[in-house]
Ligand binder design. Structure first.
Ligand code: PXP
Length: 242
């Protein structure tokens, strides 16, 4: 069992969602990024969507200047996205699927079906020394293909675990555990994310292979009630309990 605390990358997308609701200049995701890092986040994540509905290119350029830890950009593998990443050179790119009109990312990347495209994207990003993570379902066949792309990390989709209850939740946790072990055995860094919150994080802490989680929506929602600093500190406190 790994007793190191799980690292937290704070996803600041929904700071930009609030700004865009009024087409204003505030709140600024960079300001929240500074607070998040100051109070213990290992880095900042944001998702550049094809419709640019929250995070814009200019947010990422600013984050690149101010983030002291690791900047992780989530994106689909469209050429315009990969080209932008090659220009900005974040520490990490997380490749995700994207369906037009989706409310949030709906599942992991189908690496089996899109193997050549994803492998090429990984190769391109790595030529610029950008580390690559793939957002994927906790499924051994998908993970085996991830490994074959040459990526550095996988981010296990925790959504099914997060939203299920009772025995199903235990089954989903087991699936995450087996997947994390499988990925780690192949030398991949193991991360997790999607729909995590203060209540469901405890299960994730049981999985020693998971080094980092990315949390957005629930943390931003908590920040509205408790303040951004307190919300970050509370997640860090939970993650340090491992
Ligand atoms: N990981 C990935 C790949 C995502 O697409 C998202 C949502 O943007 C998250 C993690 C964070 O999910 P949530 O906002 O539910 O914490």
């Amino acid at each position: 069992m790994n007793h190191k605390p799980v690292k937290l990358s704070v996803n600041v997308d929904h700071v930009a969602t609030l700004r865009e609701a009024r087409k204003e200049k505030f709140p600024d995701p960079s300001v929240c990024a500074i607070i998040a890092e100051h109070f213990g986040a290992c880095g900042i994540t944001c998702h550049l969507r094809l419709d640019r509905r929250h995070i814009k290119e200019r947010d990422i350029l600013k984050l690149k200047r101010i983030v002291k830890g690791e900047l992780n950009i989530e994106m689909c593998s469209a050429k315009q996205m990969i080209d932008f990443a090659l220009k900005v050179k974040p520490h990490w790119v997380t490749l995700v699927p994207e369906r037009e009109g989706e409310v949030t990312t709906e599942g992991g990347l189908d690496v089996i079906k899109n193997f050549t495209r994803i492998k090429n994207a990984v190769k391109k990003l790595k030529t610029r020394k950008i580390k690559v993570s793939i957002f994927v379902e906790p499924n051994l066949k998908q993970l085996e293909q991830c490994f074959k792309t040459g990526c550095d990390a996988v981010e296990l989709n925790t959504n099914s675990y997060a939203i299920s209850k009772g025995k199903k939740k235990q089954r989903e946790l087991l699936r995450l555990k087996k997947s994390a072990r499988f990925a780690k055995e192949r030398g991949l860094i193991v991360r997790a994310g999607h729909a995590l919150n203060r209540q469901n994080l405890h299960g994730i802490l049981e999985i020693g292979e998971i080094e980092e989680v990315s949390i957005g929506f629930a943390l931003i929602a908590d920040a509205l009630v408790f303040g951004f600093q307190k919300a970050v500190q509370e997640y860090i406190r939970i993650l340090e309990r491992r």
